[in-house]
Design a protein around this ligand. Structure first.
Ligand SMILES: Cc1ncc(COP(=O)(O)O)c(C=O)c1O
Length: 387
């Protein structure tokens, strides 16, 4: 049976009578993952209204929520429980993806699925491998399972690509229970090809699960059909309808995998975790695949514009297959704060990825991208004047 997190003797809870916030050892060993998106507390402290801020720190479909979603939510009876098995949504996904509904597990965002996978596959003493730098929830989920993951860092000098032969050697030697690969990778935009991912799965030699997180796949121009990997049996694919159809507030993601893997993971999902609102929105959204295509076209055009404009400003802009750009700016935290407070534009400072000189820019439409460029130029002018 799985233990309660932090129950292995080292956790202690500060006295609730002590002055100041209660502190736990757990907080030190399990730091909360950092994310993009607007932070209510920060905005309040700066006296900013969220509606007034243009958010480039999250990376979702620039078109906003898919057509019909708002109407579907208005006609939703709030007093009925959601379908626990998300049957209609799985059927609709199944016919769109040409896959059996029982090969799909729907989650309250793909984040829930990451945590369920870690709970199902990791126990104290197991090994997990994470291709890094990447999304912080993989490490957080591993640590909650009392496993310190091994990070395989990419090479910054080689456009953040990984040394694959080295990675394969490590994986076959370590025999991990889980390997997390984000493809395209957040925040670098690196996109691995089919053969590379297949080799990673093979290096597990049938003993562990490869989790391929494809949260940003829909925004890749020349993407390969990853579903073929499911035949290997030890691969699970994660997708995010939050990103594809801009449903971030509703939370919706899904996982594709073998029936055995899904049964194992699904056991840890609590009942009704996917709300009726998220299911209804997802169903309507799936009727509008052109919404994703159109979003991808906008991303393509804006990415080209931003890459050109930022490079002309002397900022190093990494080629990205995804709907975000990693940009080297120098002191990223200071620039982020400046952009937010002076120009009401929010970008993601990448210090939590171990990249304090980089920001990540979620690609929005051209008009909005122009506003970002104007703000960056103004911020650069201020810095130049101060030097
Ligand atoms: C790589 C990656 N996977 C998953 C997620 C979470 O997506 P969801 O909203 O579906 O939980 C994110 C969100 O930033 C992400 O960057």
């Amino acid at each position: 049976m799985k233990r309660a997190p932090g129950s292995r003797g080292t956790a202690w809870i500060g006295s609730p009578l002590a002055e100041g916030p209660m502190q736990t050892h757990f907080e030190e060993t399990h730091p909360a993952p950092v994310h993009g998106g607007l932070d209510a507390r920060e905005l309040e402290s700066l006296g900013l209204r969220p509606e007034a801020v243009l958010d480039f720190s999250a990376s979702i479909n620039p078109l906003g929520a898919a057509p019909g979603v708002r109407e579907a939510l208005r006609s939703l009876p709030p007093d009925a429980y959601p379908d626990r098995s998300c049957l209609k949504l799985r059927r609709a996904l199944g016919s769109r993806l040409d896959i059996q509904p029982d090969s799909i597990l729907v989650g309250n965002g793909s984040t829930e699925l990451i945590h369920l996978i870690a709970r199902a596959f990791l126990d104290h003493g197991d090994t997990a491998v994470i291709f890094a730098p990447t999304f912080g929830e993989y490490a957080a989920a591993c640590r909650l399972g009392e496993v310190s993951p091994l990070f395989l860092p990419s090479n910054q000098e080689a456009e953040f690509r990984w040394d694959l032969p080295h990675a394969l050697n490590i994986i076959s030697g370590l025999r991990p229970s889980l390997v997390f690969v984000c493809n395209p990778n957040n925040p670098t935009g690196t996109y691995l090809g089919e053969e590379e991912v297949r080799q990673i799965a093979e290096s597990l030699d049938g003993r562990g699960l490869l989790v391929l997180d494809e949260a940003y796949r829909s925004f890749v121009d020349r993407r390969w059909r990853s579903q073929g990997l499911l035949r290997m049996g030890n691969v699970a694919l994660l997708r995010s309808m939050t990103k594809d159809y801009a449903l971030a507030g509703l939370r919706l993601g899904y996982m594709l995998g073998s029936k055995e893997v899904l049964a194992c993971v699904g056991k840890f999902q609590y009942s009704w975790s996917v709300s009726a609102a998220a299911q209804a929105a997802g169903l309507v959204a799936l009727d509008h695949p052109q919404h994703v295509e159109h979003g991808r076209c906008i991303v393509g055009a804006s990415k080209k514009f931003l890459t050109g404009a930022l490079s002309r400003m002397g900022l190093e802009c990494l080629p990205s297959a995804a709907n975000f750009l990693l940009v080297r700016v120098g002191e990223a935290a200071r620039l982020r704060r400046e952009l937010l407070t002076r120009y009401k534009v929010c970008v993601r400072d990448c210090a939590s990825f171990g990249l304090p000189e980089h920001i990540r820019v979620g690609v929005r439409n051209i008009e909005e991208s122009r506003r970002l460029v104007r703000a960056l130029k103004a911020a650069a002018a201020i810095t130049d004047n101060h030097e």
